[in-house]
Design a protein around this ligand. Structure first.
Ligand code: AMP
Length: 454
């Protein structure tokens, strides 16, 4: 199956080509046609399956169709109005047909209408003119039809700021040859620039629940025209205590809408949420692309708590060129590991919920670019972090839940790259290793680390 066979419009197809996507992933193959047909979906899929594109592509395609229809209607209405009123031609003003052609040419060249251009001009472009705002306003008034302000048509709710930014980047990439606009809002930063972006008008909003409710309460976000709702990582939103917020939010949304719910696992609360929010959904279940069984080399070190730091330092010294993500159980633990590594001369960063948005983003950028090779993170902070070439995951603390182990090590060994997962396990935690082996159906090699005999 190719993206061509999924009937994807050329501007999006071109953007996907530039991202290097050749074939749709299983969730994209299954979800895109269902979503294009207007159905709701309940997707059981975790990060790494390509689920973001699975919902982003249909939303972009549908909004593009909608805007093309609107532009056509506006052009028709204006032509009719012009025929009736027969206004005197204004100097230097191209005809409507000419505008549209110019816009199309721009879009084809990937210039003016691409994301990131002036918001006012884009709003006017939506109404079918590429003229500066003052001109179109005048013309709009002349025909009694002000240019339509953009309204939010699609909302993506996601648990963390990192995920919100990551999803926003995907929309930037996939919609770069369309005139659609999107933005992300999340807590932990001042709201001013988010409010300015919202004021300029967006079609797609990506949001964490708390900040969204805040902004709605202040009247900066209106969702009465919403047509598409995505709940991403619903199980994580449940874990983080967002479900009441989400129910409150959803009760305020238009009932006629298309809803997509994605969750890596299916606890009862998510099943009940899906029943109350989805209308006759298609259930789509996929396993992550990175399989722990085939692509990741795994080893467990049985080690005393007191020796873990020393073991970590020696493992990192063995592989100075690899990008290594180190998982810690707690924020305090992450800070303490980070400090000891620094004392041992190993450059690293730590990310967790107590770090500011700026600090987290900087740490992530430096890690992704390879400038910093070691990143220490808690599960929540690392959730959804997408690093293409991550060679090693180290579970400094073994996760309590075997599914979390699978999720953590799925970050390495992606897309055919070789990956390594090393897990530290204290003696009283050995039962967890058994549970992990049962879940993955694979025996994990284990070694005993004893600093005295090393
Ligand atoms: P996600 O599960 O949405 O976080 O996506 C995981 C990773 O897969 C991201 O780096 C995407 O850019 C990448 N990806 C998504 N769809 C495709 C595709 N069809 N071909 C190749 N890579 C993809």
């Amino acid at each position: 199956m190719t993206f061509n066979e999924l009937n994807i419009a050329e501007p999006v197809l071109r953007a996907l080509g530039e991202k290097g996507y050749e074939t749709p992933t299983p969730i994209q193959e299954q979800a895109i046609p269902v979503l294009m047909a207007g159905r709701d979906i309940f997707g059981i899929a975790r990060t790494g399956t390509g689920k973001t594109a699975a919902f982003a592509i249909p939303i972009i395609l549908k909004l593009m169709e909608e805007r093309a229809r609107e532009a056509e209607n506006a052009a028709r209405a204006e032509a009719e109005g012009a025929a009736q009123a027969q206004p005197a031609p204004e100097e230097g003003k191209p005809a409507r047909e000419g505008d549209t052609a110019a816009e199309q040419a721009d879009a084809a060249a990937g210039t003016d209408t691409a994301a990131g251009t002036d918001a006012a001009a884009l709003t006017d472009a939506a109404a079918g003119t590429a003229l500066p705002r003052s001109h179109s306003r005048r013309r709009g008034r002349r025909h009694g039809k002000p240019a339509r302000q953009r309204v939010i048509r699609a909302l993506v709710l996601t648990p963390t700021r990192e995920l919100a930014l990551q999803i926003s980047d995907c929309f930037t990439d996939y919609s770069k040859y369309t005139d659609l606009k999107h933005t992300a809002v999340f807590g932990g930063v001042k709201q001013r620039s988010q409010v300015e972006k919202l004021r300029s008008g967006v079609d797609i909003l990506i949001a964490t629940p708390g900040r969204l409710l805040d902004l709605m309460g202040q009247g900066f976000v209106k969702l009465d025209s919403l047509a598409f709702l995505v709940l991403d990582e619903a199980d994580r939103m449940l874990d983080m205590g967002f479900i009441a917020d989400i129910r409150r939010l959803v009760s305020r949304l238009p009932r006629r809408r298309q809803t997509m719910l994605f969750s890596a696992t299916m606890p009862d609360a998510i099943v009940s949420l899906s029943r109350s929010m989805l209308h006759d959904p298609e259930r789509i279940e996929v396993t992550p692309q990175a399989s722990t069984v085939e692509e990741v080399w795994q080893r467990v070190y049985f080690v005393e708590n007191a020796d873990k730091k020393e073991l970590l330092v020696s493992l990192l010294r063995e592989r100075p060129d690899d990008s290594v993500l180190v998982f810690a159980r707690t924020k305090h633990g992450a800070d303490s590991i980070s400090k000891s590594l620094r004392r041992a001369g190993i450059r690293n960063d730590a990310i967790h919920g107590d770090k500011s948005q700026g600090e987290r983003q900087r740490a992530l950028d430096e890690f992704k670019s390879g400038k910093v090779k070691v990143l220490v993170a808690t599960d929540i902070a690392a959730r959804g972090i997408d690093i293409q070439e991550l060679q090693v995951v180290i579970n400094y603390d073994i996760p309590d839940v075997p599914e979390t182990y699978v999720h953590r090590i799925g970050r390495t060994g992606r897309a055919g790259h070789e990956g390594t997962a090393l897990t530290f396990c204290t003696f009283d935690e050995h039962m967890i290793v058994n549970e992990i082996q049962r879940l993955t159906g694979r025996r994990i090699e284990s070694v005993l680390y004893d600093s005295y005999y090393d």
